[in-house]
Design a binder for this molecule. Structure first.
Ligand code: GLY
Length: 363
């Protein structure tokens, strides 16, 4: 029987001196991808992602706000039943419950909102926006987030689709009485060093058959700059498939899964949230851009930082991550670690839709 691994399932700045230190460390050409304003981008390069940014760009073209554009684009991705990593149809936790995380940040007002472990609502990013605009808080979680959404009239729905239910049931079939949650991934010795077999020696549950499952988009980020130069961003996800009930990833954490600075730009993350949280990756990327790095270079810097952190403790662990970023001028970039190929992003400007291929940072 084929089995699905829980953790293996994702496919999924600083001072000028720091920028100089990191320059070239990734060993990549780090191209500067010139864009223009207005601009909207997403990590999602499938048909839904392309539709999302194309539709949302109409708001920007008409002089609308980046905040409205990123919400519109994200909602289109969230309600796609085929996408098993975001919103409706997202894969559930180990108890079969779909728990969604999302954050939004508005550069114009330096305001942010987020929800975590939100159940039964297809568009968590819209709830996050209400947290941002209608409260003095930044983050609501679990039952409180759901009650808040109910007060604003959000409809409660079953977020499982026949596709996500089937994947979950297949994962359940693969569970073993030898399963445990184990230590952090980066502390697991590979099978070659004598700790069992399969996915890092975790035992039966972790003998992955991820190849049989279509799950290559991961979380989503949508970032935009409008005609007035205002920048906004959203990150939205169903999080790590089969996570422990209540596990929260990077996506709802401002500075980790998303960061926006109106003077600089915006960045968002997909991939293994635990690493994005520890590295404060989106904040780091925006600070790198503030220090003069291009969006492309800043994303690579963040990937390199994560590799270096593990190397420093003697681990050659490389998590699956992808970062996307834009700056105030409309330049954009993306980079990743341990993905199936070079990371890509969908970009819409007045020149139309294009798919930008970023760089894979190698350890
Ligand atoms: N990046 C999404 C998560 O780890 O939950």
């Amino acid at each position: 029987m084929t089995r699905i691994s829980r953790r293996g399932f994702f496919r999924t700045g600083a001072a000028a001196s720091a920028g100089a230190f990191l320059l070239g460390k990734a060993g990549l050409a780090a191209p500067r991808s010139k864009g223009s304003v207005p601009i909207i981008v997403t990590d999602h390069t499938n048909e839904t992602g392309k539709t999302a940014v194309t539709e949302a760009f109409k708001i920007l073209e008409e002089g609308g706000a980046s905040l409205d554009a990123v919400e519109k684009g994200t909602n289109i991705i969230e309600v796609d039943p085929e996408d098993t990593s975001v919103g409706y149809g997202g894969l559930p936790n180990e108890d079969g419950i779909v728990q969604l995380d999302s954050s939004i940040m508005d550069g114009k007002t330096y305001n942010a909102g987020s929800v975590a472990s939100l159940e039964n609502i297809k568009t968590p990013s819209s709830v996050a926006r209400l947290v941002m605009e209608k409260t003095d808080h930044v983050m609501l979680v679990g039952r409180g987030a759901l009650e808040f959404a109910r007060k604003f009239g959000f409809k409660e729905e079953d977020l499982m689709t026949s596709k996500s239910r089937e994947v979950y049931l297949r994962w359940l079939e693969g569970k073993s009485d030898r399963d445990d949650w184990g230590p952090p991934d980066h502390l697991i010795k590979p099978a070659s060093q004598g700790r069992g077999s399969g996915d890092g020696g975790r035992g039966e549950k972790y003998a992955s058959y991820r190849e049989s499952i279509e799950h290559y988009h991961g979380t989503t980020n949508v970032l935009a700059v409008d005609k007035n130069g205002n920048i906004a961003g959203i990150t939205s996800t169903s999080g790590l498939a089969f996570k422990i009930n209540g596990r929260i990833g990077d996506s709802p954490i401002i500075g980790a899964g998303l960061y926006v600075d109106n003077e600089v730009g915006a960045a968002g993350a997909t991939g293994r949230g635990e690493d994005v949280i520890k590295s404060c990756a989106s904040y780091f990327i925006v600070m790198q851009m503030r220090a003069g790095r291009s969006p492309q270079q800043a994303c690579e810097d963040a990937n390199q930082m994560i590799i270096d952190k593990y190397k420093a403790i003697g681990s050659d662990y490389v998590p699956g991550e992808k970062f996307v970023a834009i700056n105030k001028a409309g330049d954009y970039g993306c980079s990743g670690l341990k993905l199936g190929g070079n990371p890509k992003m969908a970009v819409v400007t007045a020149d139309g839709l294009k798919i930008h291929e970023g760089t894979l940072v190698k350890p």
